[in-house]
Design a protein around this ligand. Structure first.
Ligand SMILES: Nc1nc2c(ncn2[C@@H]2O[C@H](COP(=O)(O)OP(=O)(O)OP(=O)(O)O)[C@@H](O)[C@H]2O)c(=O)[nH]1
Ligand SMILES: [Mg+2]
Length: 369
């Protein structure tokens, strides 16, 4: 059985973690008190922990048990300031890591965060580093959420710098979720968040469940690690659930790779370095020849493709995980961040100059009473 740790750091990470716990509670609206006496039902041994500097963000959670919420004290968020965030982590490192370590040993950890806020984006690279240092054989995957591009210069700047840090620490890969890209799924921001968070939750749980099941064709944690270490070690996930109207497993695999199914814009046929395709469904829907043929089509361009088949009641459900050999959208974000930082600097200099000019008016004067 896999031992899995899921950490949600900062508000965005906390909320995605809460969506994971909601799914694990069965997806429904658990009673108000559920979080105090029920344990979410996970396929593996899964421990969840929400970490934040803002107690109000933690209070907002509905499905994460009280004992799985860790407030890093004496702050009310770090106001998107990653320097304050880093300091808060160092000041509280032992307390935070002890809270993790008392949950036992882990094979696999997901550190879920926005790349653009203050707390999650500064804590997460440091937490990953600590996890790798303290747990010998752990695989640590960052799940990083990119901002809406119009959210402002600080968020863009934070995303650029924190993504670089996530690349530099010894994580076992990064799974990207792009708010901007997924905005099209929903009208207003609040429902976009809910939708995105549920999609991420569903996929991560599907992945864990599959890695831990008896498969007809096996993929395991080792294969997942190999996929995540491919290309730039940055990847994303696609998911599709077939229905009665079109139960074809071939169509389900293709659909799992279409733009509407992905969490970050990429073309698996052109850009993927490695992939893992996991199919769940009733035996009569899983035509192995058809699946193999479809995967061969992907591996023709995507290098290596691992195949996992899990017999489970229902129409085919397909999760595709892939790492990328090119990340053009990320490069565009860095260019935009650089422009935003430069604009901010110019604006500051202009304002400072204007103030200096104003002071110049009274340079040779004194106050007269
Ligand atoms: N997908 C998704 N994105 C979110 C959610 N909440 C916030 N975000 C995004 O996260 C970024 C802001 O980061 P937060 O996680 O709120 O920041 P934080 O880590 O709490 O840091 P501070 O508040 O500065 O202490 C913005 O780009 C938001 O669009 C959410 O529930 N889902
Ligand atoms: Mg916050």
């Amino acid at each position: 059985m896999l031992n899995v740790l899921m950490l949600g750091v900062g508000q965005c990470g906390n909320r995605i973690l809460d969506a994971i716990n909601r799914e694990a509670f069965g997806g429904g609206g658990a009673s108000k008190l559920a979080k105090y006496y029920l344990r979410p039902k996970f396929p593996s041994r899964v421990e969840t922990l929400a970490v934040n500097t803002a107690i109000n963000d933690l209070k907002e959670l509905r499905f994460t048990t009280a004992k799985d919420r860790l407030h890093v004290p004496n702050l009310h968020g770090v106001g998107a300031n990653r320097n304050i965030g880093r300091q808060a982590f160092w000041d509280n490192r032992d307390m935070i890591m002890e809270e993790v370590e008392k949950r036992g040993d882990f094979d696999l950890a997901f550190v879920i965060t926005s790349a653009s806020g203050g707390t999650g984006s500064s804590f997460s690279p440091l937490i990953i580093q600590e996890l790798k240092r303290r747990y010998r054989n752990i695989s640590v995957i960052a799940v990083a959420v990119l901002p809406f591009r119009e959210e402002g210069s600080i968020y863009l700047q934070n995303a650029a710098f924190s993504m670089r840090e996530l690349m530099e620490v010894e994580s076992d890969g990064i799974i990207l979720v792009d708010n901007q890209y997924m905005k099209r799924l929903s009208g207003d921001i609040a429902s976009a968040y809910d939708r995105i968070n549920s999609m991420v939750a569903q996929r991560l749980l599907f992945l864990i469940e599959s890695l831990d099941s008896e498969m007809l064709s096996v993929t395991d944690l080792g294969d997942f690690k190999t996929v995540m270490s491919g290309g730039l070690r940055i990847g994303t996930m696609g998911f599709y659930q077939a229905d009665r109207k079109n139960p074809s497993v071939k169509a389900a695999i293709e659909n799992s790779l279409k733009p509407g199914s992905l969490l970050y814009p990429a073309n698996v046929y052109d850009e993927a370095a490695r992939a893992m395709v996991i199919v769940q469904g009733s035996r009569e829907h899983l035509d192995v020849d058809e699946i193999t043929k479809e995967l061969e089509r992907i591996s023709a361009s995507a290098g290596h493709v691992f195949k996992g088949l899990v017999i489970k009641k229902g129409y085919p459900r397909v999760l595709t995980i892939f790492t990328l050999a090119s990340v053009s959208e990320l490069e565009a974000l860095y260019a935009q961040a650089a422009r935003a930082i430069q604009d901010e600097k110019d604006k500051k200099q202009r304002a400072r100059k204007q103030l200096d000019d104003a002071f110049a008016h009274i340079e040779d004067l004194e106050e007269i009473y």
